[in-house]
Design a protein around this ligand. Structure first.
Ligand code: PMV
Length: 321
């Protein structure tokens, strides 16, 4: 008789931080995203009855409860895209890894990429990164409604990426950017679990109602992305920081910030951050501060922790993970 370990599929996806262009990117404006050195890991076994998810990600409690229905829908979407009938599938899915499940750092996309890779391995499918990215994009629709694809792209490929959504349904522009050396950042979490889907829908609705106000802001966001790309290439970190501040102002104008995000952004700037902005969907979730060198990173992170906020100390532009 065989008493071996039940075989399983494994996979991982990177967390990310959007440096420029969240929300605008949904509407075809280019954005810049960096993966961070934390991942969500998944294990999948073809056992049990139906589909069960054991979520052991850090900080997952409130997040998982709020997102449970979306998570279920996203897994079903993923299975269908992979040619597996979710009604008939018996799967045990485990989620873990060192990426905390805060809103705004791509936790949903990282988990979709991790699960897609683990399912592929468990079902002995050989899938390219491009295919994994496509599957994760389908899964992201459950969380974001009409996602741009920026999150799953960063979660799949890692690195620093210039991303532009193709609004006609063709392939998106995905370009790897290089930076002279990785730069320290602090990600501060408001502790509020935000609903990306509602935030994305809200922007689309307000833009439709008020194009006179919104269209110029979208143009500014586009110009800003190009200027930021140049500043990153030249490693002009003061300029990158200023542009992040400018990006935050645009995000405030399209009404996706909130008082807790503004508070953390100001706190980071007071502590000497080169720039700070909300990151991701907003309405809660996270902000990011550019804090080159460990001492500055520590000063900003500690100031936030003293106020009771949870933070992540990490870097942008890491090429190897
Ligand atoms: O909050 P997150 O990590 O899911 O990021 C959402 C980013 C948006 O630009 C608001 C939506 C998208 O699909 O690009």
């Amino acid at each position: 008789m065989f008493f071996g370990v039940v075989p399983m599929g494994r996979g991982s996806g990177f967390g990310k931080v959007i440096l420029f262009g969240e929300h605008f990117v949904v509407h075809g404006v280019p954005g810049i995203v960096s993966a961070i050195d934390s991942t969500t890991d998944a294990e999948v076994k073809k056992i049990g009855e139906g589909i069960t998810v054991r979520d052991e990600r850090k900080g997952a409690r409130g997040y998982t409860e709020k997102k449970r229905a979306q998570q279920k829908e996203s897994i079903e979407r993923m299975l269908k895209t992979m040619g597996i009938d979710p009604e008939k599938a018996s799967l045990e899915i485990w989620l873990g890894g060192n990426l905390p499940s805060f809103s705004g750092i791509g936790a949903s996309a990282a988990s979709s990429v991790a699960i897609a890779r683990a399912i592929a391995e468990e079902f002995e499918m050989v899938l390219s990164d491009e295919k994994i990215n496509e599957i994760a994009y389908e899964a992201e629709k459950a969380y974001a409604g009409t996602p741009s694809g920026i999150d799953n792209t960063a979660a799949t490929y890692g690195g620093l990426i210039w991303f532009k959504r193709n609004l006609s349904g063709g392939p998106n522009t995905i370009e790897k950017l290089s930076i002279r050396e990785p730069v320290e950042i602090v990600i501060g979490n408001t502790g509020i679990v935000a609903d990306t889907k509602e935030m994305v829908a809200g922007v689309a609705e307000r833009r439709k109602r008020n194009p006179e106000k919104y269209n110029p802001l979208f143009k500014q966001a586009e110009d800003l992305a190009f200027t930021a790309r140049k500043a990153l290439k030249e490693f002009d970190l003061r300029k990158v920081g200023e542009l992040m501040n400018e990006n935050h102002r645009l995000l405030q104008e399209i009404e996706v910030s909130c008082k807790e995000l503004d508070y953390l952004v100001n706190l980071a700037r007071e502590q000497g951050a080169f720039g700070a902005k909300l990151t991701g969907g907003g309405g809660g979730g996270c902000m990011v501060a550019l804090t080159p060198r460990r001492e500055l990173q520590e000063a900003v992170a500690t100031a936030m922790e003293k106020e009771g906020f949870r933070v992540l100390r990490t870097k942008i532009g890491i090429q190897k993970y």
